[in-house]
Ligand binder design. Structure first.
Ligand SMILES: NC(=O)c1ccc[n+]([C@@H]2O[C@H](COP(=O)([O-])OP(=O)(O)OC[C@H]3O[C@@H](n4cnc5c(N)ncnc54)[C@H](OP(=O)(O)O)[C@@H]3O)[C@@H](O)[C@H]2O)c1
Length: 264
């Protein structure tokens, strides 16, 4: 299937590790120019070196995109290095604080919302003028299965921020449709080879095995590449009739009792 992504400019927030890096590889393999960002220079450099070997242009921008200045730096540097923006993947995310709404702090809620929700709003706002100049665009938000099931939510602040991102996707798609820009959202289930789940497996292997047995009818966690493939497809013209929609990529993951879940 020709996805016609050759030469397109794709920005992936947090593309130096995990799902973001797998997504960057997948776009690069389609011939797209790719911009990634992250806060850790060594990880960015390693990712840039690896991605460059695929023979496409790569921009690696050090920026904390949970801040307005960091978001602007990522967009401006990427667009000027690669020549505008065709696709934006709002991938960076994660949680701060524990599970109880009674003991988590305002600061933990704020940081979680900054990273999962407000950065996506800001990056979208900043990227859209570049897409308008090109006459089309695609935005893919990365939410989580935690965003629609309270039973699956790692923490209330993380789950509710992802729920807002899922809601916002259709709302923004309705607004941007007039500019020929599509907006969709994917919700990964638990994905191995990402920082959080690797830590759980390392620190508590018995609980991890129980968790997999009870929550995963297909017998394993997902892989970053399985999420990346869906993102790439949604960004391509082949998905032009999919707009404002929410696509779970979770291998039929089931809620398991909260006490069986990862210990943070
Ligand atoms: N892994 C899962 O099981 C899973 C499940 C459902 C949803 N998700 C969602 O999928 C997305 C990717 O998760 P992941 O597990 O692949 O994450 P990850 O392995 O922790 O990687 C996160 C990436 O984002 C970057 N990042 C984090 N905070 C940043 C910030 N403030 N500014 C700039 N870059 C930042 C990281 O680089 P630096 O640390 O160097 O900044 C890294 O490149 C997230 O939205 C997450 O909520 C993941």
């Amino acid at each position: 299937m020709d996805l016609k992504l050759q030469g397109k400019v794709v920005l992936i927030s947090g593309g130096s590790k995990g799902i973001g890096l797998a997504t960057a590889r997948a776009f690069a393999d389609e011939g797209a120019s790719v911009a990634i960002c992250g806060r850790t220079p060594a990880d960015l450099q390693a990712a840039q070196q690896e991605l460059s070997r695929r023979g496409v242009k790569i921009a690696a921008v050090q920026a904390d995109i949970s801040t307005p200045a960091g978001a602007a730096k990522f967009i401006d540097d990427s667009a000027s290095q690669l020549g505008g923006i065709d696709v934006l993947v709002n991938n960076a995310g994660g949680g701060f604080g524990g599970r109880s709404v009674l003991t988590t702090t305002d600061e933990e809620w704020q940081k979680t919302y900054d990273l999962n929700l407000f950065q996506a709003v800001r990056l979208t706002r900043l990227a859209v003028p570049h897409m308008q100049r090109k006459g089309s665009g695609a935005i893919i938000n990365v939410a989580s299965i935690s965003g629609w099931s309270p039973q699956l939510a790692g923490t209330p602040q993380y789950g509710s921020a992802k729920a807002a991102l899922i809601f916002l996707t259709e709302r923004i798609a309705l607004e941007l449709n007039q500019y020929n820009i599509r907006v969709n959202v994917v919700s990964p289930g638990s994905i191995q080879r990402t920082q959080g789940w690797d830590r759980f497996k390392r620190e508590n292997p018995a609980a991890f095995d129980r968790y997999v047995r009870d929550g995963f009818p297909m017998g394993r966690l997902g892989n970053p590449e399985e999420v990346a493939d869906v993102i790439v497809y949604l960004a391509s013209h082949r998905a032009h009739w999919i707009n404002g929609r929410h696509v779970p990529v979770d291998g039929l993951e089931q809620p398991v009792p909260v006490h069986e879940r990862r210990p943070w």
